[in-house]
Design a binder for this molecule. Structure first.
Ligand code: AHR
Length: 517
């Protein structure tokens, strides 16, 4: 009997054993450490910076004349935090803003750039001082990959086509010459290109049939230049709109589309009466996490439709907007979507990233909404001060999963319940890095109970183990400008390894990354 078959049989026994044991509320994880062939695309760990509130202006860009320490107009502290996090990509300029953005307003001498009204976000005046050059040079400075969303809602095919020529064409042409005149000799050779955003809503209120036709037209003139191949992303569905996915998959030839997007926000309460970011009951806490966990089923349902038209899974599902959406903080502009970020957000991030890993075969990219000062931000700023949120620390903790091979596992977890809400206490993801290290991320969402987890590592014998943790005294703990490190990443060692058996004591309200070698 070959070793892989042996492992599969052992796993099967383990499943039966777990099914039996789950009645006894034993917490057990079985990991097949030699199972995987799907790579977790690092782009799943991507981010999103829209011209919204204090995300770009004040968050990333302060301009070269600002008193806030900056390098060529970019905040130094934010830049460093993003470099440290090794963010794989950054989506820009929106969001809803993208379908009202005319790129030619954001090039050339900043003093000559026309202003516009940001009608989607607070009705403030946008001075276009942060445009194509400022964005693409920023992505270079922070070593990340740009993902630009073009304007389908209020722009033209010609406008989008010329933007791509401006950015990517190496030879002599009106657009490439204009780029050179504006100070950029070489093309940026960008790959990721979104054809509109939320075309069912703020991007033009289109029907899926109408958008599918529009996509075909816009995508035709979104040209490849030189050796650079664009990865074209069609504007996808709003959470459960399965019909949108069906119509697009049916009507857009597969060779015209590399990715199809999906947006899902975790809202506590209702859209009209959203819950607060920092004040919540334990029942509301579980409601939030259960709503985040819906992502699993959501991806499965959209994938099922995609599988019908694309069984080889060539088209990536791109979840380019996800995260928590709470009531704005008191006293802030409601159009700026500024919210605090607690350990509850850390658990939402952990649960969601575990789910994305699980669906790595279909999910090729994802973008948390958003980067600085907006929605589930990883960074908050105040004049020239900055804090990292619990969500930032979870992305930091999860670094080993990027580009690792997804491993099969089976989990049996005890439950946690408050009021009408109940959920499994443990949420995990397992992967293997290139050097053979097995990565196990574990969220213990129980607010007040340590959970002991027995882990069977099927496969070779393991010798060393290390751990890191993000935790705090309560699920509503958050970092403030006065207390910046109430939640931070720390090392963790409450585990015992004996060959293939690992015991981990996951503290209440914690997210862990355990690495065995
Ligand atoms: O992320 C905030 C907004 O949410 C985006 O602009 C839009 O695409 C979505 O509705």
């Amino acid at each position: 009997m070959n070793s892989s078959l042996k492992l599969r049989i052992t796993l099967l026994f383990s499943v039966v054993f777990l099914a039996f044991e789950s009645h006894a509320q034993t917490n057990k994880l079985v990991v097949n450490t030699e199972s995987g062939n799907v790579q977790i695309n690092k782009h799943i760990y991507g981010h999103f910076a829209e011209h919204l509130g204090r995300n770009i202006y004040g968050g990333i860009w302060v301009g070269p004349d600002s008193d806030v320490p900056n390098e060529d107009g970019y905040r130094k502290d934010v830049m460093q935090a993003l470099i440290d996090l090794e963010i794989p990509n950054l989506r820009w300029p929106g969001g809803c803003f993208a379908d009202e953005y005319h790129w030619t307003d954001g090039i050339g001498d900043p003093n000559d750039r026309p202003k516009m009204v940001n009608t989607n976000w607070g009705g403030v005046t946008e001075d276009n001082s942060f445009g194509t050059h400022e964005f693409l040079n920023f992505t270079k400075k922070i070593n990340t990959v740009p993902y630009i969303t073009g304007n389908v809602g209020s722009g033209s095919v010609e406008e989008m086509s010329k933007w791509i020529e401006y950015i990517n064409f190496d030879g002599e042409s009106p657009m490439a010459d204009l780029r050179r005149k504006n100070g950029q000799e070489d093309p940026w050779d960008i790959e990721y290109w979104g054809v509109g955003n939320e075309s069912w809503g703020c991007g033009g209120h289109m029907t899926p049939e109408y958008y599918a036709n529009e996509y075909r037209r816009y995508a035709t003139y979104a040209r490849d230049y030189g050796g650079n191949k664009l990865y074209k992303i069609a504007g996808g569905a709003n959470n459960w709109d399965l019909n949108w996915t069906e119509v697009l998959m049916k009507n857009i030839p597969l060779q015209m589309m590399d990715g199809l997007s999906l947006h899902y926000y975790t809202v506590t309460g209702t859209w009209e009466e959203k819950g607060a970011a920092t004040k919540f009951t334990k029942e509301e806490y579980l409601e939030t996490l259960n709503k985040a966990a819906v992502m699993d089923d959501l991806i499965a349902k959209h994938s099922q439709i995609m599988d019908k038209y694309d069984p080889e899974k060539k088209v990536g599902l791109i979840i380019d907007e996800w995260g928590t959406w709470f009531k704005v903080e008191e006293g802030t502009n409601p159009g700026f979507l500024y919210q605090q970020n607690t350990m509850r957000d850390a658990h939402v991030a952990a649960i969601t990233l575990n789910i994305f890993n699980k669906h790595a075969e279909r999910v090729h990219m994802a973008n948390l909404a958003q980067t600085v000062n907006v929605l589930q931000a990883i960074i908050l700023t105040n004049e020239n001060d900055m804090i990292l949120t619990p969500t930032y620390h979870v992305f930091d903790l999860y670094k080993p999963h990027k580009d690792a091979i997804l491993l099969d596992h089976f989990l049996s977890s005890e439950k946690v319940a408050f009021g009408k809400q109940s959920a499994e206490a443990l949420h995990v993801s397992t992967s293997k890095s290139e050097d053979g290290t097995v990565n196990i991320s574990i969220a213990n969402i129980h607010p007040d109970k340590k959970v002991s987890l027995d882990i069977d590592l099927l496969g070779k014998e393991f010798k060393t183990v290390s751990g890191e943790i993000v935790t705090a005294s309560s699920v509503d703990t958050y970092n403030t400008f006065e207390k910046k490190d109430a939640v931070k990443k720390a090392s963790f060692s409450d585990f015992k390894l004996n060959k293939n058996i690992l015991k981990v004591d996951a503290p209440a309200n914690s997210v862990l990354m355990i690495r065995v070698k």
